[in-house]
Write a protein that binds this ligand. Structure first.
Ligand code: XMP
Length: 511
């Protein structure tokens, strides 16, 4: 079934992914596409509405992205946000000017005229502004719908053409009624039915996967991460035992993690799961190696080799399942072709598997949607909400050489840290939190004895996409408990430090 869909044209603003997410959260499927899409391509795509996002440019800039006038003649409702609104005014013959000062932050604004987009919104409320240019004259046929003290055309529109523009950002939470305004556009203007729900998605995907994969041999590499776990579960729901999952335990996972994968997927869901116990093999290859990039390369290469051995045992397959998600597709700059996750532990897999086609059942979804699909499929919360974990695992959280003893110390310390964060109810606020075993030993005193043991660092960051990150302001009493517990319960650790560096200049991981 073809869902009704909205097209979000991306003009480069920082909140664009958020706009797309909001639309989907409101029950309407949408795609974020580059802003240079032609009117003909848009017509083919057949959206029920188009949203122009914000962007960093001025409409007068040399390289400013523009849109062909024909887009406005397609009869498809359009909603412009910030730059998108200025572009509407500019393209249709209104006036846009550069203001002397930028307007940034919360502003009170007032609807001066009723329109479909203001339905249910109080006359005066707060919105979030972030702009320098502003609309100073409307195109013919348009009227002012809302204004602030300093911005007369905060919202404007043309009901006959079903074209609306807002200078503020309805997608950010600081715009009190932003979500309602977006909803009004979708349901009041575009007449959406709201056919995008997770239950629908799961049902349709399972049925489509059944048709496509029934009776074929399907293989999936499970990493223990959310994406591959959800992708595998979806495919398993469709084809059952025709799916074989291979899970490579490289011995560098967190405490109890490998056991949990087996418990949830093999014992719980009855999946045909092969666990390759390759810990010894990885550790011996890592002996004497302390350079982080060398460690990464060894682990990556070894992972492929182990997987290849398992894949050979299975023989040729028809399909290889990948947990590619929408942001991976967007990052690749195109939205076609199988994007092989490169910054990932299953990077070079396809070359060693004899398969005909790649299946990516999650390629239309954002991360939080993937988690919701996981929940819909009945996966446990701790699998669905798992924090990102690097492919090379604990090897890049052990500074210098990886040894069995350091691994054990790190696993135990990390487990305590995670447990205390969970007890404090902080796990949803923090993007990643983990322990690192530094390459330093310090003197301590435990009981009547002097000790000379490892310094453990705790790392916890907040972030939205891991590109930048801030160190998490964890309450001191939580840190105190963690420190006491690690020094009391974990062997070979006598000093705990907390990393208070953001990214940049540091990275999230220590290596
Ligand atoms: P950094 O440390 O570069 O990490 O700030 C950004 C994000 O990427 C993860 N990361 C990796 N993931 N293989 C992976 O699959 C790697 O080699 C790797 N290095 C870092 C890191 O955990 C964070 O989420």
């Amino acid at each position: 079934m073809q869902h009704e869909r909205v097209l979000v044209l991306d003009f480069g603003g920082q909140y664009n992914q958020l706009i797309a997410r909001r639309v989907r959260d409101l029950g309407v499927y949408c795609d974020l596409k580059p802003c240079d899409m032609s009117a003909e391509a848009i017509k083919q795509y057949a959206p029920i509405g188009i949203i122009f996002t914000g962007g960093p440019n001025s409409v007068y800039g040399d390289k400013a992205p523009r849109v062909p006038k024909e887009i406005f003649e397609l009869g498809i409702p359009i909603f412009g946000i910030c730059y998108g609104a200025q572009l509407i005014a500019f393209t249709l013959g209104g006036r846009v000017e550069n203001a002397e000062t930028s307007e940034y932050g919360k502003r009170e604004f007032t609807f001066v005229k009723d329109s479909p987009i203001s339905s249910g919104v109080p006359a005066t409320s707060v919105c979030w502004m972030s702009h320098t240019d502003r609309v100073t004259g409307l195109p013919d046929g348009f009227e002012t719908l809302a204004s602030t003290d300093s911005c007369p055309f905060t919202a404007f529109g043309n009901a006959a053409l079903q074209i609306y523009g807002v200078q503020f950002h309805p997608e950010v939470v600081h715009s009190e009624y932003g979500n309602l305004i977006l909803k009004n556009f979708l349901y009041g203007v575009c007449k959406a039915k709201g056919d995008w729900t997770m239950a629908n998605f799961v049902e349709e995907q399972v049925s489509a996967l059944k048709t496509k994969l029934k009776g074929k041999k399907v293989l999936c590499a499970m990493s223990g991460g959310v994406d591959s776990a959800v992708a595998a579960t979806l495919v398993h729901r469709a084809v059952g035992d025709d799916l074989t999952c291979v899970f490579v335990d490289h011995g560098l996972l967190r405490k109890y993690e490998a056991e949990e994968v087996v418990r949830v997927f093999r014992d719980g869901l009855g999946m045909n799961l092969i666990k390759a116990d390759a810990g010894e093999r990885f550790l011996s290859r890592l002996e004497g190696v302390s350079d982080p990039e060398k460690k990464r390369k060894i682990i990556g290469a070894e992972f492929i080799k182990v997987f290849e051995v398992e894949a050979k045992k299975i023989g040729a397959v028809d399909f290889l399942v990948q947990g590619t998600i929408y942001p991976d597709v967007i990052e690749s700059g195109k939205d076609k072709s199988a994007v092989i996750k490169s910054h990932h532990n299953v990077g070079g897999l396809p070359s060693v598997v004899d398969f005909k086609e790649i299946v990516e059942p999650l390629r239309d979804l954002f991360k939080d949607e993937v988690r919701r699909v996981g929940t819909e499929l009945g996966l446990p919360e701790d699998v669905v909400q798992r924090q990102p974990f690097p492919g090379p695992g604990l090897a890049i959280r052990i500074m210098g050489e990886v040894t069995r003893e350091k691994l054990e110390t790190l696993r135990d310390a990390d487990y305590i840290f995670r447990e205390e964060i969970r007890k404090a109810g902080l796990e949803r606020e923090i993007w990643q939190y983990f322990a690192v075993i530094t390459n330093s030993k310090t003197v301590g005193v435990q009981g009547d004895f002097r000790t000379y043991e490892n310094v453990i660092a705790l790392r916890a960051v907040t972030s939205v996409d891991a590109m930048t990150a801030d160190w998490a302001r964890i309450p001191f009493d939580v840190l105190e408990t963690v420190s006491n517990r690690i020094t009391n319960e974990v062997k070979h650790a006598n000093r705990i430090v907390y990393d208070i560096t953001s990214k940049p200049p540091a990275t999230i991981e220590w290596e």
